[in-house]
Design a protein around this ligand. Structure first.
Ligand code: APR
Length: 320
């Protein structure tokens, strides 16, 4: 059987890391697409040349032509510009919306059966716009944010408790931005919810609150350190986890920016929710119950995303 085909739209920091991870994990053959001439070709060749030592079988190529993504099983979109220090994800809106238009049309024309994972920021608005421009079924277009946000949360919690990250689960809902909602009640160490761990003296409420805030600011912390761009290792690893779940029909329960129709009181809207990812794409949206405070944080996050979607419609009236 032929290997799956993975198209990476954008061959920058995240795109290159995605290609390397996809090859190392032998998820399929990789096509890197970018408007910058030479960049996707150079990265593809460099990674291919790591194959003999890395011991993987995968073909890699680079291109400036959408024709080369034809028949892709998965498209992961990072095309656009990343944040610089002092910028919020929302500051990227106008520039990246134009990029989503060309990418969405390219996918529509050449890879309409692909499972599409958007990473470009501001994520929740860009995944919505990408779906609109591509016209693909909603369950085949999603955004990577929740896996990354919860990975950051899990990393901070594991260091606080001095336990393996494998035994820490974390739950993050809402948009990928300052209004994201890390749900403490549903986050655990080996099944023990965080509020119980506070009672057991493993940490204090103050420390937990600080970790929640650090999770919300996780992207900005990296931007502040790197100064020339934004995070790429953890975002790429998170998207690969989602792509693998689709390609292998793993039916992982992963938080991602998904189209929500009915659940959470939403009528056709992209926002971060727990989902089941399998061969059908986003096969299910998992609806959890929230207490009053959690609901208020979620509502706040949803209205921030709604504001961005409205701003997109203002910029490009074909979306209105
Ligand atoms: N089509 C294809 N590629 C494009 C286009 C376009 N219209 N416009 C820009 N690009 C390419 C750039 O040439 C660059 O190689 O997108 C790539 C983006 O790579 P980086 O600048 O290295 O950004 P990266 O760190 O990979 O982040 C990409 O993901 O997390 C988000 O906020 C981040 O929106 C940003 C995106």
């Amino acid at each position: 059987m032929a290997r799956p085909k993975i198209a990476l739209i954008g061959a920058g920091q995240i795109g290159g890391t995605l290609a390397h991870l996809a090859a190392l994990k032998e998820l399929g053959d990789v096509v890197l697409f970018d408007i910058a001439e030479g960049t996707p070709e150079g990265k593809a060749l460099d990674i291919a040349e790591s194959g003999p030592s890395g011991k993987f079988d995968a073909a890699l190529s680079g291109t400036q032509s959408y024709e080369d993504i034809a028949g892709a099983d998965v498209c992961i979109v990072t095309a656009g510009v990343p944040r610089k220090p002092g910028m919020s994800r929302d500051d990227l809106l106008g520039i990246n919306l134009k990029v989503m238009k060309s990418v969405g049309e390219g996918i529509r024309d050449h890879a309409p059966n692909a499972f599409v994972i958007c990473i470009t920021n501001p994520l929740d608005a860009m995944v919505w716009a990408l779906r609109e421009f591509s016209g693909l079924p909603h369950e085949k277009v999603c955004g990577m944010a929740g896996v990354l946000d919860s990975a950051r949360f899990r990393h901070f919690l594991a260091s606080e408790f001095d336990v393996s990250m494998k035994d820490v689960t974390a739950f993050v809902l809402g948009g990928h931005g300052d209004t994201m909602v890390p749900l403490v009640r549903y986050s655990t160490v080996a099944g023990i919810p965080l509020p119980d761990l506070v009672k057991m003296g493993w940490t204090t409420q103050e420390k937990l609150d600080a970790i929640v805030q650090r999770t919300r600011d996780g992207g900005a912390e990296i931007v502040g350190l790197l100064k020339t761009g934004s995070a790429f290792y953890a975002p790429a690893t998170s998207a690969i986890e989602m792509a693998e779940s689709y390609l292998k029909d793993q039916k992982r329960v992963l938080p991602c920016a998904a189209y929500v129709e009915g659940a959470y009181g939403l009528k056709g809207f992209y926002v971060g929710v727990p989902t089941v990812i399998g061969a059908g794409g986003i096969e299910r949206v998992v609806e959890i119950s929230m207490d009053k405070d959690e609901q208020a944080m979620f509502d706040n996050s949803v209205s921030a995303v709604k504001g961005l979607v409205e701003a997109c419609k203002g910029i490009d009236n074909t979306l209105a």
